[in-house]
Design a protein. Structure first.
Length: 344
């Protein structure tokens, strides 16, 4: 039997144990991020706990979300939609609704590339006049295994200082505006900030962080999905003050443009510069994605964290997280690194 087969057999046994724990006491987990990185984390975490809250960035300005934001002045719904889809169950109901809200229209008119879920979310915002109530209602319709909240109730613009954004001036540092532009810059991102620079956090998001047993940050686009949460003052204050333990999940590979050429430890250094008061407990990384384990351990230690290496990548070689392997890694971290609540 191959090592991969043995690992999957152990994983199946672990998954059965996770399901049994979900029926009893379970940890309160808050996951922060956006896009596909947060979706991967949520797909894993919903296998561990039913007490799960996603806090989602609202700085997206591209695609369907950007068009709705520009035309209607609403929060960009795309990353919120992706989080809701990731929380859908594996039964027929959950998978059907996940496909429906992710469906994009194909036409030669104004509906082209709009996602059904984006339109549904925005319609409920307009009907109810309450971001949180509307998202809770969508989650109930989908049978979502958790709650989805925006990190702020106002649309945000991401701005970055980028060296070499203009290839004709490789040493010049320019201000680049907009999440979609920052994510694809050919230059080197030095830092990011939000406009407005002191946006209000959604109170329910702050409460969830303060009440959590564990907070999970990442994986995801580092400058446009992960770090923005640390730039909302009330949310950062909650992350610093909470008694919850905090785990940072690293990406499997650098992102072309945004973090091209970044080592795992450089991701930590950048995060530390943006939020010097934030301490972490655990840094989770795929064991095959860390060429210099000692340097990563040193960088994690400066943030107060220990490094946990685990096989969490999809076995097909594509740099995406396997939800079952990631779930097993999170569960082991939650058990090994202690708890504050009565869930175990």
């Amino acid at each position: 039997m191959t090592s991969r087969s043995l690992r999957l057999r152990r994983l199946r046994r672990a998954t059965s144990a996770l399901s049994a724990r979900k029926r009893g006491a379970q940890p309160k987990v808050v996951a922060l991020g956006g896009g596909m990185g947060l979706s991967s984390s949520l797909a894993a975490l919903r296998r561990i706990t039913g007490d799960l809250t996603a806090v989602v960035t609202v700085a997206d300005d591209g695609g369907s979300s950007g068009r709705l934001r520009e035309e209607l002045g609403v929060l960009p719904p795309g990353d919120l939609r992706k989080a809701l889809a990731a929380l859908c169950g594996d039964d027929d109901w959950g998978q059907t609704w996940a496909q429906v809200i992710q469906h994009r229209f194909q036409s030669k008119g104004d509906l082209h590339e709009h996602a059904v879920g984006n339109l549904l979310i925005v319609a409920l915002w307009e009907q109810l006049g309450d971001h949180v109530q509307a998202l809770d209602l969508v989650g109930k319709l989908l049978g979502a295994h958790g709650r989805v909240l925006p990190m702020s109730a106002v649309p945000l613009e991401l701005q970055a200082l980028v060296r070499g954004h203009d290839p004709a001036r490789p040493d010049a540092v320019d201000t680049v505006r907009g999440q979609a532009t920052v994510a694809l810059t050919p230059g080197e991102v030095q830092s990011v900030h939000l406009v407005p620079n002191d946006p209000p956090a959604v109170p329910e998001a702050v409460e969830a962080v303060l009440d959590a047993d564990w907070v999970v940050l990442g994986p995801g686009s580092w400058f446009s999905s992960v770090i923005p949460h640390l730039l909302v003052p009330e949310l950062l204050d909650a992350l610093v003050a909470t008694k919850a333990r905090k785990v940072l999940s690293l990406n499997l590979a650098p992102q072309p443009g945004e973090t091209d050429g970044f080592s795992p430890q450089r991701h930590l250094e950048v995060l530390g510069r943006h939020a010097p008061k934030l301490a972490l407990d655990v840094v989770l990384a795929d064991e095959a994605a860390v060429p210099d384990r000692e340097s990563l351990a040193d960088a994690a230690k400066r943030l107060g964290a220990a490094v946990e290496l685990a096989p969490v990548a999809s076995p097909d070689g594509v740099p995406i997280h396997d939800p079952e392997l990631l779930a097993a890694a999170y569960d082991r971290i939650f058990r090994m690194h202690g708890r504050i609540g009565p869930w175990r």
